[in-house]
Design a protein around this ligand. Sequence first.
Ligand code: ZN
Length: 266
Amino acid sequence: MSTPLRVTIWNEFRHETKNPAVQAIYPDGIHHTISQALQTQAAAAGSAIALRTATLDEPNHGLSEEILADTDVLFWWGHCAHGAVADSTVDLVQRHVLEGMGLVVLHSGHFSKIFRRLLGTNCSLKWREKAEKERLWVIEPSHPICQGLGEYIELPHTEMYGERFDIPTPDELLFISWFAGGEVFRSGCTWRRGHGKIFYFRPGHETYPIYHNGEIQRVLYNAAHWARPSMRKKDVCPNSPELEPLPKPPASFGSAGIVQSAKDIQ
Ligand code: ZN
């Protein structure tokens, strides 16, 4: 098998501990469901993946220099506690993205400190929670993130996000959503910042079983592979010879399909 793709899934993990309706859909947390989905997709593809999760209320929010250096792609889900994320953690994640780590920001993560920091805009949008139908039109079917999909993904009940989405013009626009209420939204966007690749993907409201949908899971898996760094490198002045080699996975990281909590490796 090839070198495992190292993915860390970060989740605020607040709704799942307080709201029974969310608990019913994600009893172990959104991060756990996404981790299982990536594991299942990797197994089906015969691809090696090493997964860990991290949550807001762990020490240092479950993230550290060592963990991020050992992460190819970081997933980020947050909603009601963006302000509780320490600025020092935002600094750390930003630096790792600029040096090459991939970042996949999901749904209400549009208002996370790290997304707004990296994009430099307000990232505001229009929203409505009425369990309405959404069609995510695949507008770049040849893109690696869109592999295995049909012409569109249909979600019977979602929260609506509408334009204008206050983001910089994406490098690539992969999905445009249409909602039964009439709005449209740029639901799948990519950017590069420094050496890192960023993907924003809209679906994922906590009271709907979005991350149990197989096509959504396929997009997440494709995105993890697309965002994998081709190198890790500190930006240095031309007269400085310092380059950072790619970190080697520690023996404790585990092999394909092994899920570790960030706590286990601290
Ligand atoms: Zn939402």
